[in-house]
Design a protein around this ligand. Structure first.
Ligand code: F3S
Length: 430
């Protein structure tokens, strides 16, 4: 049994020298470090807090956060927030009830008091000032962002819970266990993909098949390079490879509990370390086709009437917004369309004219929220279509909607025609 070693500064936080808010945070960090057998704490450079929506927190959560902020808890590393349950400044126009909006705004106030930057996005890595570097230790709670940071960037984070990410941000540390250690980043599954994986939706379907099979394992994708253009140097733009890997990680984390994956020849640790990253006892998995995944994810074939088409899960990159704008130029929508993204990305998209094109067609580029964490029943949405694997998994569960799943062109066709026709197979081919 390893005994957790604390530095004198850490011990004094634990003893309450920096006040009750810091003491409470250190107690959480230390308890988790002991549970997972950490030898010491590792300084983190950034934290990302999830579980921000009032829909998930409820009144008890709001009270807990407000008390913690009042106790003097303040973050000591840059810290960002996941989406909340509505868009700032638009909730009244959307018809969100005040008994939802007011406590939701109290949540954001509590985080602001703690010093958290209210980005309200699940893709902090798309924002230049929050993109981690390889090797950075993070305390991120959004599972899709954890998968992206660990896998595509080569930073290091466990799948933190909401309170543990806040605690790590307040003390600037987390336990050195899990994915902070080299041995836990080695692949214990080798995945051979024997079918075309041509679109974001296909990568989502792949994430279903692999996530279900590997659970919390670490998959090594042996042969995906032909379906991935080179990763751009600037990951904040998204790009075809970034967008596909973003959706792959999100789905692996949702259908399984994957926190890190490697793609031979593509992701940084796989590029540098090669097959030495694969454990000798790794299991082999062959994906012959994506048919079963599409059958499960697009499980409601009788559903034709779509209330809302949603694109951007995880939050859309600039390239995804551009793709939607290109399709919609000069068209008029028959049903609601949300392209969900971070306010920072939306601002960049507005400067390039994409937001105006989407709005002219009748769609919305929505910031701060998504169709899982917003109260969709309050917005009178009962059926949805998406090209995002994670959204196809979570929205029926969390928002009680019926769902169609297909590629981007099929989704945008549904937005324009008002019904799901499933046309345009593999439009967003690399
Ligand atoms: Fe982000 Fe919402 Fe998807 S938080 S990952 S857009 S479910």
């Amino acid at each position: 049994m390893i005994e957790l070693q604390l530095t004198p500064e850490e011990q004094s936080m634990m003893d309450g020298a920096e006040g009750p808010g810091v003491k409470r945070a250190m107690e959480i960090v230390v308890a988790l470090a002991r549970i997972y057998g950490a030898a010491d704490l590792v300084p983190v450079v950034h934290a990302q807090i999830a579980g921000v929506s009032y829909k998930n927190l409820g009144d008890a959560g709001v009270q807990f956060l407000s008390e913690w902020a009042d106790e003097g808890a303040r973050v000591r590393v840059p810290t960002t927030l996941n989406p909340m349950g509505m868009e700032r400044g638009k909730w009244q126009q959307w018809g969100i009830a005040t008994d939802f909006a007011v406590p939701q705004l109290s949540v954001i106030d509590a985080f602001a008091k703690m010093g958290v930057t209210p980005t309200m996005s699940c893709t902090p890595y798309l924002f230049r000032e929050h993109t981690p570097k390889r090797g950075d230790a993070l305390a991120w709670a959004e599972s899709s962002a954890v998968a992206f940071a660990n896998s595509v960037i080569g930073a290091r984070s466990n799948r933190e819970g909401g309170p543990s990410a806040i605690a790590a941000a307040v003390v600037g540390r987390t336990g050195r266990y899990g994915y902070h250690l080299d041995e836990n980043r080695q692949a214990n599954f080798v995945v051979a993909v024997r079918c075309p994986v041509k679109s974001v939706a296909d990568f989502g379907a792949l994430s279903y098949s692999v996530g279900k099979a590997v659970g919390s394992g670490v998959p090594w994708f042996a042969d995906l390079t032909q379906w991935l253009p080179p990763l751009p140097g600037d990951l904040t733009l998204g790009g075809p490879a970034g967008d596909r890997l973003k959706t792959l990680g999100a789905g692996l984390a949702a259908y399984g509990a994957v926190a890190v994956y490697h793609v031979a020849g593509v992701t940084p640790e796989a590029r540098d370390l090669g097959e030495s990253l694969i454990r000798p006892d790794a299991q082999r998995l062959v994906i012959e086709n994506l048919d079963d995944a599409y059958r499960v994810m697009d499980a409601d074939p009788d559903l034709k009437q779509i209330d809302l088409v949603t694109v951007g899960c995880p939050h859309a990159s600039l390239t995804e917004i551009a793709q939607v704008a290109d399709y919609l130029r000069g068209k008029t929508l028959a049903t609601r369309l949300w392209v969900t993204t971070g306010a920072i990305t939306r601002q960049a998209a507005a400067e390039l004219g994409y937001v105006q094109v989407i709005e002219a067609a009748g769609g919305e580029v929505v910031a701060d929220t998504c169709a899982v964490v917003a109260p969709m029943r309050m917005l009178d949405v009962r059926s949805m279509a998406t090209n995002a694997g994670k959204m196809a998994c979570y929205a029926p569960m969390h928002s009680g909607v019926r769902m169609r799943f297909g590629d981007l062109e099929a989704c945008l066709d549904a937005a324009v025609t008002g019904e799901w026709r499933g046309v345009g197979d593999q439009w967003d081919v690399v």
